[in-house]
Design a protein. Structure first.
Length: 250
């Protein structure tokens, strides 16, 4: 399994080939055996094979080609609806449509998504997490017919790869691993942690592509600019409120 993890790459171009049903079943089986809060399984997986639905899911995504070319899209949803309904049918009063349980359900959904991704890659399939969720969660709620208590949290594209992009560079482990207490890095340490990544061939290609002088500008000025961050945050908060996850602020 470490091999699959260490050689992970995001594939954005896929061959027009179906995934064998038994392989897809194995991927979903792996997803449904992820760790979960209280063994409550507060997530649902929408398996999207219909090309028309995949096209709608691709709208607003910077990974549109991946979403449309993939053999299947798996939409992982934070879901307290099913569990709450079961509790109600057992004469109890569930109180799970709030921000705390949104966080729990999101963690459940993302763990399931990672299991699915690893299982898919173990079959030699390509995967890519699609960024459409936070950009257009309200539209996905309507498209997929999600009831209150359910919101999309991740979209995973899976298919037969038509490319083998390089493995993405990563920060050194000491940048993200802390022991006992959080390590507040000095400016010099920050420079050191990013040094290899900032001077890599991948970064040089990106700087030329975007016409900027440093890697940080690609993130702050192009990929995730401030105006977009504010707009999409407001849109996503409105979706959470409409789906019942922010009832504590009413």
């Amino acid at each position: 399994m470490l091999k699959e993890i260490a050689t992970h790459r995001s594939v954005r171009r896929f061959l027009r080939r179906d995934i064998a049903p038994e392989v897809l079943t194995d991927i979903l089986h792996a997803a449904t055996h992820a760790s979960t809060v209280g063994n409550m399984q507060l997530y649902s997986i929408i398996v999207t094979i219909d090309s028309r639905v995949r096209h709608e899911l691709a709208v607003d995504s910077i990974d549109e080609s991946a979403a449309e070319e993939a053999s299947v899209l798996l939409v992982f949803c934070a879901d307290v609806h099913r569990f709450s309904k079961w509790c109600s049918q057992r004469d109890t009063k569930p109180e799970y449509q709030n921000l705390m349980w949104y966080a729990h359900a999101t963690a459940d959904a993302l763990r399931a998504a990672e299991n699915a991704a690893l299982q898919a890659e173990s079959y030699g399939l390509g995967i890519c997490f699609i960024d459409t969720v936070l950009r257009s969660a309200d539209r996905l709620v309507e498209l997929l017919g999600l009831p209150r208590g359910v919101v999309p949290t991740a979209v995973l594209a899976i298919g037969h790869p038509a490319e083998q992009p390089p493995v993405s560079d990563r920060l050194p482990m000491e940048a993200v691993v802390h022991y006992d207490r959080y390590n507040r890095f000095t400016s010099a340490e920050i420079d050191e942690l990013w040094a290899e990544r900032e001077t890599s061939e991948q970064t040089s290609a990106l700087l030329e592509r975007y016409g900027v002088d440093n890697l940080a500008r690609i993130f702050t000025d192009f990929r995730y600019p401030a105006d977009d961050n504010v707009r999409y945050t407001e849109r996503y908060l409105a979706t959470l409120r409409a789906q019942g996850f922010l009832n504590n602020d009413q």
